[in-house]
Write a protein that binds this ligand. Structure first.
Ligand code: LLP
Length: 418
């Protein structure tokens, strides 16, 4: 459920009319709904009162999003020093942070240790050895979980599957025991748990159930060898409805997690990203042209793949709605909705059936709160777009549109050219 809806024929974010907001901030822009974000967090975390909920900052690292979540007691799953800094700036506590990722550098490890984050999710032996060295050089210990790869097919898009054997992520379950043995021999390392994350946008519970069950069995093996397993980090990955799909509800997901951890006495950790912010954000864009070719109608909008890359990168579906309901007699047509970027792949929707908009009309791309702004770029020298947040009847610019001065100011000329 989200708080984007029509009121008097105009699409609103909570109490704010999006046509009025477009006038204020220009287009294209992202708009986030506080009520939706809070609701999603409360529903998810409500199922796990004892667990640490560590929001996957990569999904959307806007400070206003992070601060809203922090105000509800949420922690952070981070994958870089930049994300640790963001989470700290938002008031999230190091004791509620886990550090994921296959390529942590010594510098990032040192920073995370100085801040005393709760847990490193270690993905390889060389990473473990480096972490040990860095911790010893700082006279401290790093608390770790090994990210195991349970080799299950998450049945999601290939580019966001991580839990299968050929993936670069984690340590294969059958090779994980030696990694724990190594870990326990290192003075700078304190083993505290197991972590797993098998992929993103999962719309089926079965892969979660398989992965959690394999982790449960592995915890038994670890304990039999004398390892203390205090934490179980089940990652993120719960899908959201972008179109017709019906992903599992958090309560069904929670039931499986509870079933597979019953009696283990472990502190659970979750790293949800998309399920918290995905449907709490939309992208609003203005139609520039309606271009008709012999075989197609192209609706050319002012947002491009640099602003929202998911359709171009994954063939992802985003629901597209009119901000002002079109007149009843507007023809319904199949059209391609495309951006201005000079790439054939700059397509938001191919052969989508919709009431034909006119130049100047506003369209909203729904479910754009996760991996939208976070993955945007300035490709084609297009400044990063504005991000707004609404809270009931109020709105705020939570990231102003990048200016041309900022865009041009990034480059420096070498001495021989200036
Ligand atoms: N934990 C780890 C270790 C992850 O790698 C991820 C996402 C998450 C948690 C959060 O997963 P979520 O709950 O959001 O599914 N850009 C892609 C998604 C990439 C996901 C990367 N890892 C997209 O737009 O679909």
């Amino acid at each position: 459920m989200d708080h984007f809806h029509y009121k008097n024929g105009v699409y609103h974010a909570e109490g704010v009319a999006l046509d009025a907001l477009a006038k204020e901030v220009g287009t294209p822009f992202y708009c986030y709904s506080t009520a939706t974000l809070m609701r999603h967090y409360k529903v998810f975390s409500g199922h796990f009162p004892e667990a640490k909920i560590c929001y996957a900052v990569k999904a959307n690292g806007n400070l206003a999003i992070l601060k809203t979540l922090a105000s509800l007691g949420c922690g952070a799953d981070v994958v870089s020093e930049g994300e640790i800094r963001l989470a700290l700036a938002a008031g999230m506590k190091p004791a509620d942070m886990v550090f994921s990722g296959v390529g942590k550098t010594a510098g990032e490890m040192a920073f995370a240790l100085e801040k005393n984050i709760f847990q490193f999710n270690v993905e390889s032996e060389p990473e473990l050895e480096l972490l040990n060295d860095v911790a010893l050089s700082k006279n401290t210990k790093a608390r770790i979980a090994v990210r195991v790869n349970p080799d299950v097919d998450p049945k999601t898009h290939a580019k966001i599957s991580t839990g299968h054997k050929e993936s670069k992520f984690g340590v294969a379950m059958e090779h994980a025991m030696p990694v724990y043995r190594l870990a326990s021999s290192l003075r700078g390392i304190e083993v505290q748990g197991v972590s797993v994350h098998i992929g993103s946008q999962l719309t089926n519970l079965e892969p979660f159930a398989q992965a959690f069950a394999r982790v449960r069995a592995f915890v038994g093996e670890l304990r039999a060898e004398g390892f203390a397993v205090k934490t179980l980090d089940f990652g993120g990955g719960l899908g959201i409805p972008y179109g017709q799909e019906e992903p599992p509800l958090p309560d069904a997901y929670a039931e499986i997690a509870k079933r597979e951890t019953e009696g283990l006495g472990c502190r659970l950790i979750f790293e949800p990203g998309r399920v918290l912010v995905g449907n709490a954000g939309i992208l609003v864009s203005r139609v520039i042209y309606v271009k008709k070719s012999e075989s197609r109608i192209f609706i050319v909008v002012d947002a491009g793949m640099n602003d929202l890359i998911r359709p171009a990168l994954y063939g992802a579906y985003h629901d597209i709605v009119h901000v002002a309901a079109p007149p009843g007699d507007a023809p319904t047509e199949l059209a391609d909705i495309v951006g201005p970027v000079c790439e054939t792949g700059d397509i938001f929707a191919e052969q989508r059936l919709l009431k034909l908009p006119r130049p100047g009309d506003l369209l909203a791309f729904r479910s754009a709160g996760a991996y939208g702004a976070a993955m945007s770029s300035t490709y084609n020298a297009r400044p990063l777009i504005a991000e707004t947040m609404v809270n009931d009847n109020q709105y705020a610019l939570v990231r102003p549109r990048q200016s041309y001065e900022e865009l041009l100011g990034r480059d420096k000329l070498p001495g021989w050219l200036s």
